[in-house]
Design a protein around this ligand. Sequence first.
Ligand SMILES: Cc1ncc(C[n+]2csc(CCOP(=O)(O)OP(=O)(O)O)c2C)c(N)n1
Ligand SMILES: [Mg+2]
Length: 378
Amino acid sequence: MSKQTAEQATAAGAEEQSSPDVATQPDKVDLATLQRDRDAAKERQKSRLGGLETETLIELYRQMILIRRFEEKAAEVYSAGKIGGFCHLYIGQEAVAVGTLSALRKDDYVITSYREHGHALAKGMTPESVMAELYGKATGCSKGKGGSMHMFDKSLNFLGGHGIVGGQIPLGTGAAFASKYQGTDQVTLCFFGEAAVNQGAFHESLNMAQLWKLPCIYICENNQYGMGTSLERAMSLRDISKKASAYEMASEFVDGMDVLAVREATARAVERARKDYLPTLLEIRTYRFMGHSMSDPGNYRTRAEIEKYQERDPIKLFSASLREEKIADEKLLKEIDAEVRKQVEESVRFAEESPYPAPEELYTDIYANPIDPSARKL
Ligand SMILES: Cc1ncc(C[n+]2csc(CCOP(=O)(O)OP(=O)(O)O)c2C)c(N)n1
Ligand SMILES: [Mg+2]
């Protein structure tokens, strides 16, 4: 199994960038040569941007910008007191959700933690249903009863939004088991933070997935902090991808600021899961630019550290590549941004105009109901 350490990945990236293009200079210009050169140039361009069509590349950019603008707006309305409860933002990590989910089929499963607005949008949930859920409105994806940490959409096989650290790892493993048991070729993407890796549930799940050959892709979004605790202070083995070797599982380390690298690594894991029912652990190294939640004072790290990572802002990096490779110019990128901002504004209007759940809804869609006498009969 190919596996890179952080250093190898950086070195490989530098090497790739420094390799010069070989300009071929034909002695005599003829149409066939011109066409061949044009094709070769096209191929070179394609290979630099993952061999993807312009339309796909623009869509990846649009999704990342949508998540960024959505989260900025969520922060704004939260600060204005319009959203209650917890709110964990995803700003800085957009390339992970967009890169991974773009390598999936529509009917594949996704399950994640409480930092999930980005995954929900990338899986295809509308900004309206996510924003209305943040507002606790009846039109939200969980009918306003879940809030920020509990986005779900059964029709998209988006299995949520879970608040217990690591709690979704056995659940994702179960979804993968179900696919294999039912003989489908669906795969499950199971996301969690690096702090969840110290939980027993992570180890039990990986052991079972490898032993039973389950089509589960475990995605550790290593943003380097669990609340205010840095990885260095909490973990003896910090190269998380290495932990897979304890279970003889395939694994890869991925640069989480590079949306195409994320997509490619996920595609390799998806192929393994879909064809051979084999799990993979991906450690995707990223960084959250905002606090753990909206109430985080952030006194465990310096502004300089945040700024250092912001130089590798995944959206900035990808838009630079798009411009460099002439996939999009500044004007087009600005138009996409303006369109997305309008879409996000519309989701706020929708959420604000939506009703709160009716009082009768208090006891619907819940597991335990100690108050409703009819439930006691069960
Ligand atoms: C079992 C459990 N223990 C503790 C908490 C409190 N808690 C909430 S988030 C968090 C940190 C998790 O960090 P990480 O897994 O790295 O995810 P990130 O927040 O960085 O996305 C903790 C300890 C919890 N929700 N569940
Ligand atoms: Mg973390």
